[in-house]
Ligand binder design. Structure first.
Ligand code: NAD
Length: 294
């Protein structure tokens, strides 16, 4: 049997960026602008923020970095976010996670105005998604996964999709998106998590398996149905002792699973670049709404 075909998020994200760049160049007036708030100096967060800002630059979105001390209190951070909410020259607000202990990500999601909530974590946007409206901002990772499947004409309709992980940023909105009552959606979704029994057999029953656990090598070849589609959201940095440097791995034993699945995402180069592309898309969506561009 031939190896699984790659769901190449890097290639698709490049194409999306090219299209966004052309669209932005045609706007009259100021460029779209994303506010990026980073609290503290958590090294991976600094890298993610840098990547997002570089992507903004590539397509012509301005980004404004707000660096906040690790020791910031709730009141101060809320005040900053409220001032960005009111700034008419800013279309989108992103607060990089994780946050220090004294700041609740749930509260931060509520402070960001839902009209500028390009990450889609505000309860209004999450609520819309849950209630069957796709008019709000949809969280970038689930949206990116759906685009990647669509690009390869992989329909989820009537399929059994297993989503492993129930976080607010990936697992839960992923399940909510795929169960929409809409043409092109309508999947039957099972959500698994750390306390789910019979993980192996349920994973093996999936037509489409989406894994977001942050546990390298969690999914082996024997947990995947022959011909399944496997989407690996996981990103974990591990040390490669022989090369004396670190590398990024997903949650899937790629070399085993590619022999069983029909489609698989690589890590890196699968879901990661799609997440960033969707952030850019959401930012342009917000700009167009603010400028009443249809
Ligand atoms: P999280 O830690 O908030 O949630 C992980 C989920 O996986 C939890 O629901 C947990 O119950 C479940 N889980 C963990 N270990 C498990 C196990 N052994 N068996 C069954 N369930 C298990 O994580 P998150 O924020 O959703 O991120 C998950 C992974 O995806 C991380 O590696 C993260 O870096 C990555 N991620 C990647 C992107 C991207 O753009 N590719 C975006 C967001 C998150």
């Amino acid at each position: 049997m031939a190896d699984a075909k790659l769901l190449d998020g890097k290639a698709l994200s490049r194409r999306i960026e090219k299209e966004l760049k052309a669209e932005i160049q045609a706007f009259s007036g100021r460029a779209p602008c994303l506010a990026v708030v980073i609290v503290g100096t958590h090294a991976p967060s600094l890298i993610y923020v840098g990547k997002k800002q570089e992507a903004c630059k590539r397509v012509g979105i301005d980004s404004k970095l707000f660096e906040v001390e690790e020791t910031v209190n709730k009141k101060e951070l809320k005040k900053l976010i409220e001032s960005i909410n009111k700034d008419h020259d800013i279309d989108g607000i992103l607060v990089q996670l994780p946050l220090p202990q004294q700041i609740s990500p749930l509260e931060v999601a509520e402070w960001i105005h839902h009209d500028k909530d390009v990450d889609g974590f505000n309860p209004i946007n999450m609520g819309k998604l849950l209630m069957g409206s796709l008019s709000g901002f949809i969280p970038c990772t689930p949206l990116g996964v759906k685009k990647l499947l669509d690009e390869h004409h992989i329909s989820v309709t009537g399929k059994h999709v297993v989503v492993l992980g129930r976080s607010n940023i990936v697992g839960k909105p992923m399940a909510a998106l795929l169960t929409q009552i809409n043409p092109g959606y309508d999947a039957t979704v099972t959500v698994l998590h750390r306390n789910s029994p019979d993980l192996k057999n349920i994973c093996k029953s999936a037509d489409i398996l989406i894994i977001a656990a942050g546990q390298p090598h969690l999914i082996t070849g024997s947990m995947v149905k022959k011909g399944a589609v496997v989407v690996d959201v996981g990103i974990t940095k591990v040390n490669n002792v022989s090369l004396d440097r670190s590398k990024v791995v997903g949650d899937v034993c790629f070399d085993e699973v590619k022999k069983v699945a029909d489609y698989i995402t690589p890590v890196p180069g699968g879901v990661g670049p799609m997440t960033i592309a969707m952030l850019l898309e959401n930012c342009v969506k917000s700009y167009k709404r603010h400028h009443k561009i249809l």
